[in-house]
Unconditional design. Sequence first.
Length: 121
Amino acid sequence: MRKAGRKAKMRYDHKVRGAVPEIGDLVLVKRVGLTGRQKIADRWESEPYEIVGKPDPDMPVYSVRKCHADGPVRTLHRNMLFPLSLPLPEEEGSDEHSNGSVDDVVDDVTAVKPCVDDSDS
């Protein structure tokens, strides 16, 4: 049984792609417990979460907490997390994107601000 487990882990790890999330990164959490057919349903929660820790450095498990809200810390596997990349802030006075291009599509994403703890100020 252990031999089969090692072999399955080796195959799974071989196929894993993408960047490794770090503490402080923003992610979306996969919704679980959906019942019935979910052909076009949103499979990710709408509020971003912040990675606050990694219990074991050798395992792809992360502790996350909702941004801008008090709540419990959830411990989730890497396959339950979707990295959220926010656009970089634009420099003031630059009007090169004012032609209604991609910036109009990303308005909803720019409304999400990174989790920042203002209590230190």
